[in-house]
Ligand binder design. Sequence first.
Ligand code: BEZ
Length: 219
Amino acid sequence: MTGAFSDSLPVSAEPVPPRIGDPAPDFSARTTQGSLTLSDLRGQWVLLFSHPADFTPVCTSEFIAFSKAADRFTALGCRLLGLSVDSLPSHLAWLEAIRVSFGVRVPFPVVEDPSMAIARAYGMLDGAAESSATVRGVYVIDPAGVIRAITWYPASVGRSVEELLRLLQALQQVDRAEVLTPEGWHPGDDVVVPGELTEDAVAATGQAWFLQYARCTPA
Ligand code: BEZ
């Protein structure tokens, strides 16, 4: 292709990061619980989350919170999968230090990615950062292997595990009943339904035709 715009675009060797609706890039890697291939987890929800580095304060606080909430993710049919560019020996030493120092066993696998191949495939490397540390990325992958939600936080701000549970429950609710979840929705709250967009339907619904609540279908 020629032209002023295409000629001036920067040439990048980095793969285009996946977006919502894309298939989750597959990978096989060593983890703290043995080798794992992402596509072997098809049929389950997966919450793949990257962290900048082992043995760092914010990451440690997140791992403690994820570990304490792990049973709640399991009850929702969701596997937790941590990842950083640190090596497997580093991950193992850090998880042991968390167990000894905080009395918390990390029950989910943590993927090593020393070549940064996975981080690159997912776009987890912060372009503005001067190190190879990954951002705090979260990729919610559905049972068909499709990325359904992505969140990105900087290294300096810890994520809310409660919010990630809420996000997972909202995605599952949306799938179950073909509805939408409004701001701050929690299981049991009313959902919203996309109304029919015809003059007759709008006239019948009234002035607030563009925001209609409906009872939530229980899980
Ligand atoms: C942390 O988890 O505390 C952290 C990690 C990387 C950079 C800054 C903070």
